[in-house]
Ligand binder design. Structure first.
Ligand code: NAD
Length: 311
C-alpha cells in the first residue's frame, strides 16, 4: 500500500504500533489513542513526518473530522483484556461496542474504502472442536468476547445496509516486541520473558499442557495489509494453524537468555480453555498464508526485551 491516508485507532498499543510502523513508510497515518494501555514510547523510534496523533477517547473524540480523507481505517483501540472485561463489563461495552459503532459511523460518513476490525479468537468461547473454523457458531464466555462478537456483527451490518466495506480479523494469541509485560493483565509470553529475565520463576496454571495458536505480530501486520487489498468482507481467522503448549515456552525463553529457571505449577484458572488452534484455510482467500517459525520468532521477541530492558 502506498500514498494512502489511513487511520489506526489504538496505534500506540502493541499491535497498533507495529501496524503504524509498517504503514508510515509510504502512507500518511493518523493515530487515535488515549494511552489507556498503549504508550507514545511504542512509536518513539519512528520518523514523525508521516504520522499525526489525535490524543483522545474513541467514544468521545470527533472521529468524523479525524477520518476526513482517509482511505482505510484499522480499528485496534479496545479494552483488550478478558479479565479486565469481567471486572468491568460496563466499561468494556462502552469502549468496545459503542467504540466500534462510532468508528463505523465516522467511516461511513467519510466514505472510507474499508474498515479492518481487530477481532479475536475469544469469540469461539470454550469450543473444543479444533481446528476452530469461522463457520462454528460463536459463543461468548466473557464480556470481552461478547464485545468482539458485537463488533463483528456491527461491521457486517454496516457492509449490508450502508455498503461500507468491512472485514473482521480474528487474531489468535499474538506475541512480539513491545507487548506489555507489566500490566496486571499481561499475556503469557511477555510475562514469562519478564519473569525469567528477572530470575523469577514463571507460574504455570494447571499442568502446562494447555496449548495456544501463537502468532507473531509481524504476520498480523501483513494480514491487515492484505485485508485492505481484497474485496473480501466478513470474518477471518488470523493464526498459524499450529499449537504450542505453555510448557514449551519456558525452555525456549531460558535457552535464548542462557538461563535455566524452572516454572512453578499452580491450580488451573477457572474459565481457561484447554486448547486453541485455528483453521486457517479461509484466510488464504486474503492471500494470507505466512511461513512461521515459532522458535525463531519467540527468540527474536526475547532478544528485543533484553535490548530494550522492558523487564
Ligand atoms: N494481543 C492479542 O493477542 C490480541 C488477540 C486478539 C485480538 N486482539 C485485539 O487487537 C487489538 C490490539 O490489541 P493489543 O494487544 O495491541 O492491545 P493494547 O492494549 O496494547 O492496544 C490497545 C490500544 O488501544 C488504546 N485504547 C484503549 N481504549 C481506548 C479508547 N477508549 N480510546 C482510544 N484509544 C484506546 C490503548 O491505549 C492502546 O494503545 C485490540 O482490539 C485487541 O482486542 C489482540
Amino acid at each position: 500500500m502506498k500514498n494512502k491516508k489511513v487511520a489506526v485507532t489504538g496505534g500506540l498499543g502493541f499491535i497498533g504500533s507495529h501496524l503504524v510502523e509498517a504503514l508510515c513508510q509510504e502512507n500518511e497515518v493518523v493515530i487515535v489513542d488515549n494511552e489507556s494501555s498503549g504508550s507514545i514510547k511504542n512509536i518513539n523510534h519512528l520518523e514523525f513526518d508521516n504520522i499525526s496523533l489525535e490524543f483522545g477517547d474513541i467514544t468521545e473524540i470527533n472521529l468524523k473530522k479525524i477520518f476526513d480523507g482517509c482511505d482505510y481505517v484499522f480499528h485496534h483501540a479496545a479494552m483488550a483484556s478478558v479479565p479486565e472485561s469481567v471486572a468491568n463489563p460496563l466499561k468494556c461495552n462502552l469502549v468496545n461496542v459503542t467504540g466500534i459503532l462510532k468508528v463505523l459511523l465516522a467511516a461511513r460518513d467519510n466514505e472510507v474504502k474499508k474498515v479492518v476490525f481487530a477481532s479475536s479468537a475469544a469469540v469461539y468461547g470454550d469450543c473444543n472442536n479444533l481446528p476452530l473454523s469461522e463457520d462454528i457458531p460463536i459463543k461468548s464466555v466473557s464480556p470481552y468476547a461478547l464485545s468482539k462478537a458485537a463488533g463483528e456483527m456491527y461491521c457486517q451490518l454496516f457492509t449490508d445496509i450502508y455498503q461500507l466495506p468491512t472485514i473482521s480479523l480474528r487474531y489468535f494469541n499474538v506475541f512480539g516486541p513491545r507487548q506489555d509485560p507489566n500490566s496486571q493483565y499481561a499475556s503469557v509470553i511477555p510475562h514469562f520473558i519478564s519473569n525469567i529475565l528477572n530470575e523469577k520463576k514463571p507460574v504455570i496454571f494447571g499442568d502446562g499442557e494447555q496449548s495456544r495458536d501463537f502468532i507473531y505480530v509481524k504476520h498480523i501486520v501483513n494480514a491487515n495489509l492484505s485485508a485492505c487489498q481484497t474485496d473480501q468482507t466478513g470474518s477471518f481467522n488470523i493464526a498459524t494453524g499450529k499449537r504450542t503448549t505453555i510448557n514449551q515456552l519456558v525452555p525456549i525463553i531460558n535457552r535464548t537468555l542462557g538461563k535455566s529457571i524452572d516454572p512453578i505449577y499452580d491450580e488451573p484458572r477457572p474459565g481457561d480453555v484447554k486448547h486453541s488452534m485455528a483453521d486457517v484455510s479461509k484466510a488464504k482467500l486474503l492471500g494470507f498464508n505466512p511461513s512461521t517459525n515459532f522458535f525463531e520468532e519467540l527468540s527474536e521477541t526475547v532478544r528485543w526485551f533484553v535490548e530494550n530492558q522492558r523487564n
